[in-house]
Design a protein around this ligand. Structure first.
Ligand SMILES: *[C@@H]1O[C@H](CO)[C@@H](O)[C@H](O)[C@H]1NC(C)=O
Ligand SMILES: *[C@@H]1O[C@H](CO)[C@@H](O)[C@H](O)[C@H]1NC(C)=O
Length: 189
């Protein structure tokens, strides 16, 4: 969700903090009529293949290990897989853009649509929020479509592997359906 060029060369200490999980777990809750879904996928971004700098920034630090110039506009269409292995099953696509918003070159605003094809749910969620290049970032879920209509919650993006041309992030989803959404769903089915 962050421009990969920015976090591309981050220190590997982050890798130790967010070890690769070999399985994706998903669980459902139905407490007090609040339905929720919790699972993780892995987003793979390949510079100049699934993610590109569209507009160069204008001020602040240059493109470096952790920074991009203020105003840099980055766009991506990244696959999201079940495990950290790029060859594992693709369950989602993340399409979005991110703009460097910190004059220190370390922060950006990201917006994305994540199209999900899970076993029992398909549709999309839209997220928006701030990303810090060297820290895990939470992005609010502002809504959804299909089986995710009216969904809220957040996704947490953490770097997993920042070596090489393809970088990988773990994306943890915490999705909640408000009571009226589950009632609506029940009434239209
Ligand atoms: C990506 O493409 C741009 C523009 O052609 C180029 O300047 C840059 O070096 C490329 N980056 C990588 C990592 O290949
Ligand atoms: C990734 O998955 C492919 C296909 O299942 C497998 O051949 C390869 O060994 C895996 N790579 C790693 C690093 O586990």
């Amino acid at each position: 969700m962050a421009p990969s060029v920015q976090i591309y060369f981050l220190p590997l200490v982050l890798f130790a903090l967010f070890p690769i999980k070999t399985t994706s777990t998903s669980h459902h809750h139905h407490h007090n009529h609040i339905k929720s879904l919790h699972f993780a996928l892995y987003q793979h971004e390949t510079i100049n293949k699934t993610g590109y700098i569209i507009v160069n920034g204008v001020a602040g630090p240059g493109t470096s290990q952790t920074t991009t110039p203020f105003g840099t506009l980055f766009a991506f269409e990244d696959p999201m897989t079940v495990t950290a292995n790029r060859s594992s099953k693709v369950l989602a696509i993340a399409e979005g853009t991110s703009i460097t918003s910190g004059l220190d070159g370390l922060r950006s605003i990201s917006i994305a649509k994540i199209t999900l094809r899970l076993k029992h749910h398909s549709g999309s969620i839209s997220i928006v929020g701030g990303t810090h290049n060297i820290k895990p970032s939470d992005h609010p879920v502002v809504g959804g479509t299909g089986d995710f209509i009216f969904v809220q919650g957040y996704v947490r993006s953490s770097p997993v592997n920042l070596k090489g041309l393809t970088v990988t992030y773990k994306i943890e989803f915490h999705l909640y359906w408000p009571p009226f959404a589950t009632q609506l769903h029940a009434s239209v089915n």
